[in-house]
Design a protein around this ligand. Structure first.
Ligand code: SF4
Ligand code: SF4
Length: 751
């Protein structure tokens, strides 16, 4: 595109009182020869926006740089067709005028640098060309339990075709096997019917829903909007195309064989809560050893849950399930004793009313305590409980013991995942070279087979959804529930997190909305969140690709498959536009029309670096645009002041940082570099799953290089920051600047 630059400076919101607008205009006019440069007292108002539109419509401008407030605000006012207009926002309000001394030389220099960087970025950008493929809007639901059926019904009610695949012969899932559900209606003191028959009926006869039972997915190829799914059903196979996928494959009980310390396996009269439910649903509760109705049952809560040796999390339903089981027992024999030994009783929301009712039953005894042992006694079992509310230990005889075992998601093979994490931990530990190499080999093997292969994805990065520790398919726990690391594939219900059936039904609504959003955005060639609406795609200049595979390996979303030689094969609709591949590529051949290695390098070069004797250091701050950048906006809104020597460059994700920028900055005389990204680890907050972690890893190598060049490695600092930690940012910046001043100027300044 032949660029026609227009620079629009706003003097409202106290910008005019803080900055010399005329001098700023001169930067645009003299240094960048902008043919159009206007200063407006209220640029986001109707008149200001109309002026920009007029210039665009008349064709005098096709590349607009708006220097005003943060790009995170007034998005509707400054929104122009990205396929025809290049638009760049320069943040002079939150990042300059509101956080720096007004009418100060350093403040003015900061604003001028930001304007230079914005103009250069716009000059290096190209209008976007959205992909346009024929998109299927059919939604595939995998799993016919409460969550799956609800998601299917809700998506169909919104007008979408749905195909539901269930591996069992019947729909209904786990809830369909229950004697009754927890109370669902006021006053929340009475158990409810399972309600499955009505739901199955509605689903089976819904004109927009196709149900395939006794069916298993054998292959899922393609990308959002174009998933080609093959299902084995009725002895044959069926193939069809869908746009997005909701995985609602439920849970399985924790393996009670691992709970020998709680008596499982000691006697047939020690059973799990699921076994007890089945017994009750089949008509009568009887001791497995002799078939007699029990006179006393002892329930052990958190059997393997909230236990770091087993499941460290709370499965959220076991307390209510046990109270329900005590009611079953009393329905059979009002005098039978129900002893409940708990760590804490967790009955959230209205379920508290059911708990209160259960507490009042004269034959129900609840105590906090820790089970020390379960042994056989005369005619039954004896449970020793320590640290009870009564103090000391008690021995309780019981005819039966019921273990409230927890939920394990039906996602990936838990054992394989555990082995994978153990092997990964070995790689990280300082074991001998041989042990580490063996562990690395094991990690590679296990990664090839990470899941139970429910979806049988044909992705280069594995056949199923990656999971976090403990087997839950990965979702961004703060911002994006339902999200997995496979774009267009969402999880819901107990495969996503432990929850009861009414919560699972609500959860399914959310997943249905996400699946709909995904197909709708795909139909416009747009990214799903966090960059919802983005039309850009990474472009690969493959003639120069060395097949190093870094991009395919580091893409968190499995976007890139590869050919036999290792050349990446992009699936653009799987892409979330994070730019991590761009940061990974040593050949620097991956770029977006509006985000590239060259563009950021040019922005760095646009910063005016004062000479050494001017004693004005310059520090570059790469900030993740999802957390750190908005945090700095909030700091600005609070008028928090910080050192004016910093220059901020927002990155789509810290993982998109290419280390060449570090070299460019240091060789250009920049005195220090901060990288501020999201928290990483198991509880990561990175919007792109592992971008900040990757940036940190890449930087370790850079620091070694700096030391070899006799440059202090402390000139580079990486920090993890959450959006709500905005108060820390000015302190972080000022402390870093103090250290840079102590170290003195970059010795390469001026070379
Ligand atoms: S931009 Fe992100 S999601 Fe897209 S291919 Fe690159 S690394 Fe993968
Ligand atoms: S990182 Fe770059 S050089 Fe390596 S495989 Fe990907 S595109 Fe090719």
């Amino acid at each position: 595109m032949d660029k026609k630059l227009g620079v629009y400076l706003c003097s409202g919101c106290s910008l005019g009182e803080s900055l010399d607008m005329e001098k700023l205009a001169k930067v645009a006019q003299k240094e960048y020869k902008a043919p159009v440069c206007r200063v407006h007292p209220f640029l986001c108002g109707a008149e200001g926006v109309a002026q920009i539109r007029k210039d665009l419509e008349e064709g005098t401008v096709n590349t607009a740089v708006v220097a005003a407030c943060s790009p995170r605000v007034k998005t509707a006012a400054f929104s122009f067709d990205p396929t025809a207009v290049i638009m760049e926002r320069v943040n002079l309000r939150e990042h300059v005028a509101w956080c720096q001394k007004p009418k100060d030389e350093d403040t003015q220099m900061m604003a001028e640098d930001y304007l230079r960087m914005g103009i250069v970025k716009a000059q290096k950008s190209e209008p976007l060309e959205p992909a346009s493929e024929a998109i299927s809007k059919t939604i595939l639901v995998v799993g016919g339990g409460v969550a799956g059926m609800t998601a299917a019904l809700e998506a169909a009610a919104a007008g979408y075709e749905v195909t539901l695949v269930e591996k069992q012969a019947q729909l209904g899932g786990f809830v369909g096997t229950l004697k009754s559900r927890f109370p669902q209606t006021p006053p929340y003191t009475e158990l409810s019917a399972d309600g499955m028959a009505e739901k199955i009926q509605a689903l089976t006869y819904h004109p927009k829903i196709t149900v395939l039972t006794s069916a298993a997915i054998v292959k899922t190829e393609g990308q959002p909007g174009m998933f080609d799914v093959t299902v084995e059903v009725e002895g044959g196979s069926k193939s069809f195309r869908v746009g997005s996928i909701i995985m609602a494959t439920g849970w399985k009980p924790y393996d009670a064989a691992k709970l020998g310390h709680l008596g499982y396996g000691l006697s047939p009269d020690v059973v799990t809560n699921v076994e007890f439910e089945r017994m009750a649903a089949s008509g009568a509760i009887a001791r497995p050893s002799d078939g007699r109705p029990p006179q006393s049952v002892l329930f052990i809560q958190c059997a393997g849950s909230r236990d770091k040796e087993h499941l460290p999390y709370c499965s959220s339903v076991c307390c209510m399930a046990t109270l329900k089981h005590a009611e079953y027992l009393h329905a059979q024999n009002a005098d039978a004793k129900a002893y409940i030994i708990y760590k804490d009783m967790r009955t959230p929301g209205q379920y508290e009313k059911y708990y209160a009712k259960a507490q009042n039953h004269p034959a129900t005894f609840l105590t906090k305590g820790e089970v020390a042992s379960v042994r056989k006694g005369e005619g039954g079992l004896v449970v020793e409980v320590k640290d009870t509310l009564l103090g000391g230990s008690v021995q309780i005889p019981a005819d039966m013991v019921v273990l409230a075992t927890g939920m394990v998601p039906n996602s990936a093979d838990g054992e394989a995942i555990r082995q994978l994490h153990d092997a990964e931990a070995k790689v990280l530990r300082n074991e001998s070279d041989t042990q580490r190499q063996e562990a690395e080999k094991r990690v590679a093997e296990l990664k090839q087979h990470e899941g139970t292969e429910i979806l049988h994805l044909t992705y280069r990065q594995g056949p199923d959804l990656p999971v976090l520790r403990y087997g839950f398919p990965d979702s961004h726990f703060v911002c994006f529930p339902y999200e997995t690391r496979r774009t267009g594939i969402y999880t819901t219900g107990t495969v996503r997190a432990p929850m009861d059936s009414s919560h699972a039904a609500e959860d399914a609504l959310g997943a249905a909305m996400k699946a709909i959003q995904s197909v709708e955005l795909a139909s416009k060639g747009q990214a799903v969140h966090p960059r919802a609406g983005d039309l850009s795609f990474p472009e690969f200049f493959l003639q120069r690709c060395t097949q190093c595979k870094r991009c395919t390996e580091e893409c968190p979303f499995g976007t890139l498959d590869e050919d036999a030689k290792g050349t990446p094969k992009p699936n653009p609709y799987r892409c979330r536009r994070c730019g991590i591949c761009m940061g990974a590529c040593p050949e620097r051949i991956i770029s977006f029309k509006n985000y590239s290695v060259d563009m950021i390098a040019s922005m760095i070069k646009a910063i005016e670096v004062p000479e050494e004797d001017e004693e004005k250091p310059r520090v570059l701050v790469f900030m993740c645009e999802n957390d750190a950048y908005p945090a700095l906006d909030i700091a600005g809104m609070n008028h928090a002041q910080y050192d004016p020597s910093v220059r901020i460059i927002p990155l789509r994700c810290l993982g998109s940082m290419n280390i060449v920028w570090i070299a460019d900055a240091l060789s250009g005389g920049i005195d220090g570099i901060m990288l501020i990204g999201c928290k990483y680890g198991d509880d990561y907050q990175c919007h792109f799953a592992k971008g900040s972690e990757l940036a940190n890893r890449r930087l370790e190598n850079v620091k070694e290089t700096l030391t070899r060049l006799q440059l202090e490695s402390e000139r580079i600092q990486v920090t993890q920051l959450a959006i709500n930690e905005y108060g820390k940012l000015p302190v972080l910046i000022n402390d870093f600047m103090d250290r840079i001043r102590e170290m003195g100027p970059n010795p390469y300044k001026g070379f």
